[in-house]
Ligand binder design. Structure first.
Ligand code: UD1
Length: 424
């Protein structure tokens, strides 16, 4: 297994390019299943999760070609196997995003249950409930969600769907299914993440009729057919937020090309309160920071967009570890998302966890050690901690990082970090 070797203590300077968003690219690859015409996606990030999704759709009989410049061409005219097998789903929960499009276009779908994952149980009951409200007959057996249209039906039927909680991939599944359903679907309590809006824009470019995306009520008038399109994947706000935290913690002056400050309000506000100077600039975001102990620790609660993202909790915690004062961080979205804490403590951080609450008392310095990545964003948090720690940090199990960050170590090296990948 590859490792990262980080020698901490350098400030970061220069420019770094923000890639397309993982969490937009994954549903958008599935949206291409909704039409028999060719779809072109631009700015698709080079990630393990994208490779897994491509494998998943190719396995259905879809032709998908990926070029080095981030262009992916998908031709789903030959889709003949509306199935997502366990072997692929188990490595990537987002595979459940195939359910809505397959059901809408093919009238049936067999998708493995994603099962638990490191950060909590992550059920898909809401996805099932919403699609059932649109008329799908769904049974869960032998570890699979088996869904089909009732006998004699040609399309799903529009419905009013109110989920028990805000769910991002749930909202995406409903959007894609409703785009081809008969009549109107209204999604109440819809997720408002920028990736939802990006998916909605892509569907509109394919001929879908959608209003209200970016708010908690989305209306979709189903159409009979969708056509091909070319769509550019929105910039990854979590990758950008990760770089912002890295620069804020190490100190430095970096421009994040293509970064969208308007998608990171909650994180940027906290960084400013911590003492970093973060500004939207033409075509990106600029962050300047004195770094280290000049920063003030900041408490926050993770919530749905536009609140503080759970996907940024671990990275901001790394910054809090070396800031002045004490901060209380509350994780409200996932039940078990503090696995980075024990590893940060190995680097010298002072953190107490009680259920969903972590209290971080800033220390003057962290010291390099061997640590282990446990999930995607936890890995990013350990990279940030390694960049500020004295001496050498070795980060093991970085396949988690490769799932969701496009060339992270090369990008960090480009702005002056001393970081290298050690091949297994
Ligand atoms: C998406 C993101 C992930 C992010 C998360 C929250 C993708 C591919 N992944 O995950 O990076 O951390 O949003 O911002 O976009 N829930 C249920 N039943 C359901 C669905 C969800 O109980 O049917 C619960 C989940 O367990 C969780 C909460 O609802 O506690 C929110 O989850 P959800 O928004 O669905 O997360 P994902 O879409 O899986």
């Amino acid at each position: 297994m590859d490792k990262l070797l980080i020698r901490g203590g350098r400030s970061l300077q220069g420019e770094v390019l923000v890639s397309g968003a993982k969490n937009a690219a994954l549903p958008e690859l599935c949206a291409a299943l909704l039409t028999a015409e060719p779809v072109t996606l631009l700015n698709v990030p080079q990630l393990q999760d994208v490779s897994t999704m491509l494998k998943l759709i190719r396995n259905m009989g879809v032709v998908a070609e990926r070029a080095d410049d981030g262009t992916v061409r998908i031709d789903a005219s030959g889709l003949n196997t509306p199935e997502a097998p366990y072997e692929l789903v188990k490595t990537m929960r987002a595979s459940v995003l195939a359910l809505g499009p397959l059901l809408a276009r093919f009238g049936e779908a067999t998708v493995s249950l994603p099962g638990g994952c490191a950060i909590g149980s992550r059920p898909v009951d809401q996805h099932i409930k919403g699609l059932a409200a649109m008329g799908a007959e769904i049974v869960v057996e032998h570890g699979y969600i088996i869904a089909k249209l009732p006998a004699g039906w040609k399309r799903l039927k529009g419905a009013r769907i109110t989920t028990d909680m805000v769910t991002v991939t749930g909202t995406e599944n409903f959007l894609m299914a409703a785009a081809l359903a008969e009549g109107e679907t209204v999604l109440e309590n819809a997720a408002q993440e920028p990736e939802i809006s990006d998916l909605a824009e892509m569907l509109i470019a394919m001929g879908a009729k959608i209003e209200g995306h970016g708010t908690s009520r989305i209306r979709i008038q189903g159409v009979e057919k969708l056509h091909g399109c070319t769509h550019r994947v929105v910039a990854d706000r979590i990758e950008a937020g990760t770089f912002l935290c890295a620069v804020a913690a190490t100190g430095g002056d970096v421009v994040l090309r293509h970064g969208r400050a308007d998608h990171l309000d909650a994180v940027i506000e906290k960084l400013r309160e911590a003492g970093a100077d973060v500004q939207a600039v033409e075509g990106g975001i600029r962050v300047k920071s004195p770094g280290g102990a000049t920063l003030k620790a900041q408490g926050f609660r993770t919530t749905e967009y536009p609140g503080f993202p759970t996907d940024m909790q671990a990275q901001f915690m790394a910054l809090n570890c070396i800031a002045q004062g004490t901060a209380t961080v509350t994780e409200t979205i996932f039940e078990n998302r503090f696995m980075h804490v024990n590893e940060l403590v190995r680097l010298g951080a002072k953190i107490q966890v009680d259920g969903k609450v972590a209290v971080i008392e800033g220390v003057p310095r962290l010291s390099g050690a061997t640590v282990m990545a446990t999930d995607l964003r936890a890995s990013a948090s350990l990279v940030i901690a390694g960049l500020v720690a004295d001496g050498e940090t070795v980060l093991d199990r970085i396949y988690h990082l490769d799932r969701g960050y496009d060339c992270m170590e090369a990008k960090l090296r480009g702005i002056g970090a001393d970081i290298e990948r050690v091949k297994a």
